[in-house]
Design a protein around this ligand. Structure first.
Ligand SMILES: NC(=O)c1ccc[n+]([C@@H]2O[C@H](COP(=O)([O-])OP(=O)(O)OC[C@H]3O[C@@H](n4cnc5c(N)ncnc54)[C@H](OP(=O)(O)O)[C@@H]3O)[C@@H](O)[C@H]2O)c1
Length: 314
């Protein structure tokens, strides 16, 4: 089997971590580039052990910083150019967050949820895009909360509200409800990004948005105050016990299996725990998809960022 470089984000905790270990065990011949805020951390060492001594490179990268993303992408491109990394075959865009209230900003003064969940993956994939070769895959973690329907969110997350990328990227204030809405909206944005990529990827490279559904026992609620975090974690565990969710181990196994078996779905599909199903009607909108691709390019442009904190308001 041909050796490939696989770039992983969001594998330092939660089901991403479980998934990464399974991928590495199943394909130890591949080289894994793990992007993480603390790439020296014990986890990367643990993954290195799982994959074999030479199979993992940790690259420090806070996805809330466009400069760090560019630097990480340059490091990967250098490795590909020099031949120290095998050809690029995969990207897992699993890093993501949900906030308890609005107001947090990325280093570039963008709204944090949109910045990390959408803009970071846009920039990374765009920088690496010309280097993907088939057979390859890009999997971006979305969420069924993008539907905005009670049967998916159990009332815990408001429906998404799409606006221009410029407005979505603008920092704003708001409470828990607005923060939940920003999260749902960002996961709708992930699907738009997936659809936009279909029109840009080389033949043999598929792109998919992936819904893990409800996963208990992850650090998903890390930004909530302690008491609320405990309650939310308990609620998720209860849902899992009632059969409406998975453990991080189960969800990680499902994601790894989906990637390893090569999603049998057409490129662009929304994979609900691995199964190809339609995403929301709202998520099929070529005008919005192309607007996001175009506007994201403007938002991440280095000259655009200079002094922008003063120019954008909610
Ligand atoms: N849990 C669920 O029920 C659920 C449902 C639907 C979708 N999802 C999505 O699934 C993905 C994984 O979630 P999880 O539940 O496993 O939560 P988690 O344990 O909090 O994992 C989040 C991952 O994203 C990384 N990350 C967040 N912000 C980052 C940043 N600025 N720079 C670099 N990495 C960053 C974290 O890295 P650090 O260790 O450095 O923080 C971590 O590896 C997310 O995209 C989430 O939105 C989760």
């Amino acid at each position: 089997m041909e050796r490939r470089t696989i770039v992983l984000t969001g594998v330092t905790s939660g089901f991403g971590r479980e998934s990464a270990k399974l991928l590495m065990r199943a394909r130890p011949q591949d080289h894994y580039v793990v992007l993480a805020r603390d790439a020296g951390k014990r986890l990367v060492a643990e993954l290195t052990e799982t994959a074999g001594a030479t199979g993992v490179t940790g690259v420090e990268c806070d996805l809330a910083s466009l400069a760090e993303i560019r630097r990480a992408a340059e490091e990967i491109l250098r490795g590909l150019d020099s031949g120290s990394l095998p050809p690029l075959g995969g990207y897992l865009g699993n890093a993501g967050l949900t906030l308890a209230t609005m107001g947090e900003r990325t280093t570039d003064a963008y709204e944090m949820t949109f910045g990390v969940n959408v803009l970071s993956h846009y920039l990374l994939v765009r920088e690496l895009l010309p280097r993907f070769t088939g057979p390859g895959w890009i999997v971006l973690t979305s969420s069924d909360c993008h539907f905005g329907q009670f049967r998916y969110t159990l009332g815990a997350t408001p429906a998404p509200r799409w606006e221009s990328p410029e407005r979505l990227a603008a920092p704003r204030t708001g409470g828990a409800s607005e923060a939940g809405r920003a999260y749902a909206t960002s996961k709708l944005g992930v699907i738009y990004l997936t659809h936009a990529l279909v029109r840009r990827l080389p033949a043999g490279v598929g792109v998919f948005s992936y819904n893990p559904a409800l996963v208990a026992g992850t650090d998903f609620f890390r930004h909530s105050p302690k008491l609320l975090r405990g309650m939310l974690k308990g609620f998720f565990q209860l849902q899992r016990i009632l059969g409406r969710g998975m453990t991080a181990q189960q969800a990680g196994a499902r994601l790894a299996e989906t990637i390893l078996t090569g999603p049998n779905a057409p490129t662009g599909s929304y994979l609900d725990r691995g199964r190809d199903v339609p995403s929301s009607a709202e998520s099929y909108d070529e005008a919005r998809e192309e607007e996001l691709w175009r506007e994201a390019a403007r938002l991440v442009a280095p000259d655009r960022r200079a002094g922008r904190a003063d120019t954008l308001t909610g």
